[in-house]
Design a protein around this ligand. Structure first.
Ligand code: SAH
Ligand code: SF4
Length: 408
């Protein structure tokens, strides 16, 4: 039976082969590697040689690691994968300042990372920030987000998260450049894959492995309250960013469907406790959507919500993505919104979009690969969003439950 366009679309982007059962080596903790070597009666110093090759040499295959004897290389190849993200397609934009990579995982799932270069300025060194994915797709389903429209495919393994970073570091190394910041703002909801994300941050922050200070890692969440509480109990692990987008529940129910499970005051309450317990300032993100969340009343509601908090707000013009009825708020309106927040004592920055011409909003490339859904489905989606956002703007709470699978 021929597949319907929708079913075909489902089957295309993530066309799933069997997953490679070997774990990625970069996700194996040092203790695990030492134990594996001990089973083979290999000396402990081999773990250091393997870690050096993995994290510092730029070797793209275990066979290129000349410091290891051939038999050990063969055993490593049999037990582990050297790289878990492959077949990268690279797109460059902004005169070379933005590089977007599409990664294919062993089962065919696609994820994205974006490398952004910020040239040196007086008093500030050059920065190279990598935005990475924590899941293939996302179950939260924010309607302005290309990943949200794709839906959830699967969690990434620790190594699949970390290898996006190793791959970008390898691209920088020949010019003597190093990554300065890693942000979990690509595909997926990191706090719904928290074990793997914590292990990945551990590997990135460990001086014996990637060696990036934990302060240089930011994890962004759409507001998974139990995940925020778990982080608070662990103590400072990284900078926490919370995607707010709206201070009022009725509108946030539409923009961040997870709000139907954990309403905005609960999210901000958990973030406040996190800031108090860790001494680390919370960053709040607001994607600015024209005519939806950019009025003076929205700014004032945000001021009320965050009054007195140790917080910073980032205003981000919405990146144009297909299949939404919306676009970015005009820049003067965003500046006005920022001024209103600053006037109330809330530290605020306006972020510029990067990589518009290469579809750098998270999930856009993978969505492109997914193919165009049938026109009637797109029209229905647009109509539904217009209807739901209008109800949200009138202050009517959504009766729909939170998306299935997003509140595990
Ligand atoms: N799931 C997490 C992290 C990934 S999304 C979260 O939602 O926080 C990272 C950021 O990109 C979020 O703040 C999200 O709202 C924003 N984003 C998604 N689509 C966007 C778009 N089309 N334009 C601008 N920002 C977008
Ligand atoms: Fe998921 Fe974040 Fe996109 Fe929302 S904005 S759908 S939480 S990736």
């Amino acid at each position: 039976m021929p597949l319907s366009p929708d079913a075909l679309r489902e089957s295309l982007p993530m066309a799933r082969a069997a997953r490679d059962p070997r774990p990625g080596l970069s996700g194996v903790p040092l203790t695990g590697l030492v134990a594996w070597l001990a089973e083979r009666a290999e000396p402990v110093y081999r773990s250091r040689q393997i870690a050096d090759a993995l994290w510092r040499s730029g070797a793209t295959d275990v066979d290129a690691v000349a410091t290891l004897p051939p038999a050990l290389r063969a055993a490593l190849r049999e037990a582990f994968r050297w790289d878990t993200v492959a077949d990268t397609e690279l797109r460059i934009a902004d005169g070379g300042l933005t590089e977007k990579a599409l990664h294919r995982l062993s089962d065919g799932a696609l994820v994205e990372s974006v490398l952004m270069h910020y040239p040196a300025r007086p008093g500030q060194r050059a920065r190279h920030t990598l935005c990475i994915s924590s899941q293939a797709g996302c179950a939260v389903g924010c309607p302005f987000c290309a990943t949200g429209e794709l839906g959830f495919t699967r969690d990434l393994e620790t190594a699949e998260i970390v290898d996006q970073v190793r791959q970008a570091a390898r691209r920088l190394a020949p010019d003597g450049r190093r990554l300065t910041n890693v942000v979990f703002m690509g595909m997926g909801e990191p706090l719904l894959n928290l074990d793997a994300v914590l292990e990945a941050v551990g590997a990135l922050a460990d001086p014996a492995r990637f060696g990036l200070g934990a302060r240089h890692v930011t994890v962004s969440t759409s507001g998974v309250v139990p995940g925020i509480r778990r982080l608070t109990a662990l103590g400072p692990q990284f900078t926490l960013a919370v995607s707010l987008h709206a201070a009022r529940d009725a509108l946030r129910d539409v923009l961040v469907p997870l709000n139907r499970r954990w309403p905005v005051r609960e999210v901000v309450g958990a973030a406040r406790e996190h800031a108090a317990a860790t001494g680390r300032r919370i960053t709040y993100e607001v994607t600015m959507i024209g005519g939806i969340n950019d009025t003076d009343a929205d700014a004032d509601a945000l001021v009320d919500l965050l009054r007195g908090d140790h917080a910073h707000v980032n205003l981000i013009p919405m990146n144009a993505v297909a299949h939404t009825p919306w676009q970015a708020s005009p820049m003067p309106l965003i500046e006005r919104f920022a001024a209103r927040l600053r006037g109330a004592g809330i530290s605020t920055t306006v972020r510029r979009n990067r990589g518009q011409e290469i579809g750098a909003a998270c999930g856009q490339l993978a969505a492109e690969r997914a193919g165009e859904p049938a026109a009637p489905a797109v029209a229905r989606r647009r109509e539904r969003l217009v209807r739901e956002s209008a109800a949200g703007l009138r202050g009517e709470r959504s009766a729909d439950p939170a998306p299935a699978g997003a509140g595990r």
